[in-house]
Design a protein around this ligand. Structure first.
Ligand code: EPU
Length: 438
């Protein structure tokens, strides 16, 4: 198994291009199941998760090929209707094939995802939504079986909590239903907007993009199309926080700064400089004694659905607050178990107490944070440990980095390009004390 070795303490300088969004690519790939023909998706990041979704489509009978960041998917002949346990257990977003399979074939069988490292994460909202469209669902041997006689019928779906993949699944199920579907308290994340744009390009009729009330006028059929994945706002935010923590000046290109309203405000409050253009931004730390490294002001955050502070940036922001000049309260309201990184950050010297859904982070400053062997527990927790490692003195060794590879394209290469002393090594050579060069 690979480990990541980081020699901390080097500020980051340079330019990095942001990849396509994992959480937009997954539903857009699933949406190609809705219509036969050859679909073209641009800016698809090459990640463990996107590969898993493409493999799932192959199991269902679609064919695909990748050329650079463009993926062509042909879903003329679907031969399967089942997302097996072995795939779903590695990526819960596999449930996104439920909606399109129901719309196209009237039947789908998907392994029920279990709990995961960040919480129980049930899919009851998805299933309740389908039922409002005339679908019958039942749980059999760990699998959800969903079936509908003929076409689905339009209905009203209300989400108790604005679920991102729930909204996407119900949208995909409803686009070819008979009549109108209204989705209330829908998720407004930009990734949902990206999916709506693709569905509309395929011939769907959807009103209310970027609002919490979506109205879908069902159409008889959709056609294959060409779509582009939006830039990854979580990858963008992760690099912004990394610069705030490690120091330096970095320009991020091919991104959408407008998709990060909450993080931008919070980083400005921390004392970081941010200059934005339409598709790029520059993050820099103010110069103190000729060094571009600042001690960030401690700032509270509460994670919320978009446009609130994203839960997917909570762990990374916490790593920054470990360096703060006071106490920051980090309130996680989306997932019940998303503080797994706390124990690992504490191994590096962080002073953090968890009180229910709040973490109290007492800033210790950069000098007291020291490298240590730590373990990644999920995707964003891994990113938080990378950020802490970049800021800390000495060597940080992160194991289980396959989590990182699920959602960050070429992270090691991108960080190396910015001057970070980071490298990937096999576990055996890590034990032997491998040398890390930029
Ligand atoms: N929820 C339910 N029942 C449901 C669905 C959701 O109780 O049927 C609850 C969840 O347990 C959670 C809340 O509703 O407490 C919101 O969850 P949501 O459904 O929005 O999450 P998701 O769609 O499963 C997506 C992202 C996550 C991201 C969340 C929140 C994808 C593929 N995944 O998950 O991304 O954290 O929205 O923004 O889009 C990540 O990329 O690291 C990641 C975990």
């Amino acid at each position: 198994m690979d480990q990541l070795i980081i020699e901390g303490g080097s500020p980051l300088y340079g330019t990095v291009a942001i990849s396509g969004a994992k959480n937009a690519a997954l539903p857009l790939i699933a949406a190609t199941l809705l219509a036969p023909g050859s679909h073209t998706l641009h800016n698809v990041p090459d990640l463990r998760d996107t590969r898993t979704m493409l493999n799932l489509l192959e199991i269902l009978g679609a064919r695909w090929q990748r050329q650079g960041q463009t993926v062509q998917i042909n879903s003329d002949h679907l031969t399967g209707v089942e997302a097996p346990y072995d795939l779903v257990k590695t990526m819960r977003a596999s449930v996104l094939v439920l909606g399109p399979l129901l719309a196209r074939t009237g039947f789908a069988r998907v392994s029920l995802p279990g709990g995961c490292a960040i919480g129980a994460r049930p899919i009851n909202f998805h299933l309740k939504g389908f039922e409002q469209l005339g679908v019958t669902t039942r749980l059999e041997h760990g699998y959800v079986e969903a079936a509908v006689e003929g076409r689905m019928r339009g209905g009203t779906v209300y989400f108790d909590i604005p679920s991102v993949t729930g909204t996407e699944n119900v949208l995909m199920a409803s686009v070819m239903a008979r009549g109108d579907t209204v989705i209330k308290n829908a998720a407004k994340e930009p990734e949902v907007g990206n999916l709506i744009d693709m569905l509309v390009a395929m011939g769907a009729e959807i009103e209310g993009k970027d609002t919490d009330r979506l109205v879908v006028h069902g159409v008889d059929r959709l056609h294959a199309t060409e779509s582009t994945i939006i830039p990854d706002r979580i990858e963008t935010g992760t690099y912004m926080i990394a610069v705030a923590a490690a120091g330096g000046t970095v320009t991020l290109t091919d991104c959408t700064p407008a998709h990060l309203p909450a993080l931008t405000e919070k980083l400005l409050l921390c004392g970081v400089n941010i200059e934005t253009e339409a598709t790029s931004l520059t993050v820099s730390c103010p110069e103190i004694d000729g060094r571009s490294i600042c001690r960030p002001c401690s700032v509270d955050i509460t994670t919320l659905p978009y446009p609130g502070f994203p839960t997917d940036l909570q762990a990374q922001f916490m790593a920054l607050m470990v360096l703060g000049n006071g106490t920051a309260i980090i309130h996680e309201t989306i997932f019940e178990n998303r503080f797994m990184h706390v124990a690992e950050l504490k191994r590096m010297g962080a002073d953090i107490t968890i009180e229910g859904s709040r973490a109290v982070v007492r800033g210790i400053g950069r000098d007291k944070l020291c490298g240590a062997p730590v373990m990644a527990t999920d995707l964003r927790a891994s990113a938080s440990l990378v950020i802490a490692g970049l800021a800390a003195g000495g060597t940080t060794r992160i194991s289980r980095i396959y989590h990182l590879e699920r959602g960050y394209e070429n992270m090691v290469e991108k960080l190396q390009r910015l001057g970070a002393r980071v490298g990937k090594v096999r576990e055996e050579s890590a034990r032997a004390g491998a040398d890390v060069r930029a």
